[in-house]
Write a protein that binds this ligand. Sequence first.
Ligand code: CA2
Length: 148
Amino acid sequence: MSDQPEILVVNGPNLNRLGMREPEIYGTTTLADIEALCQNEAQKHGMTCRFMQSNIEGELTTAIHQAIDDKLAGIVINAGAYTHTSVALHDALAMVENMPVIEVHLSNIHQREEFRHHSYLSSVSTGVILGFGATSYRLAINAIADHI
Ligand code: CA2
């Protein structure tokens, strides 16, 4: 096992389909591209990255519990549409202590439909980065690296 700090990058529903539809909103970057970017950025800062995606709310919740139990160095979360609906993810993130949680979005959710303007995660996140496409993830990893 590596003794480098590890971060969790967690991705919610439909993000596995990135790059296949709606390039005008989400660009042409695929989730595999984002994973490579995250691994590379983490490595630059001497960290490792646990990258996961699930379309299932409970699996995302469990990944957060595991990050807490494993005492990871931080969490980057793009919960996709669960951002706007999930009390379960809010409650899981509220259990996080002593590690930064960065909520990220590819798009600027405040420029989009009204139902995307509210996030259940922002009030239990250390910070929020949105609207920069895949760069949102890079900025979030930098924020965690600065924080630890
Ligand atoms: O902007 C973001 O990162 C979002 O979290 C993306 C979610 C959306 O529900 C949130 O409101 C904002 C959507 C995830 C991916 O949706 C796709 C749509 C078309 C093609 C591929 C993915």
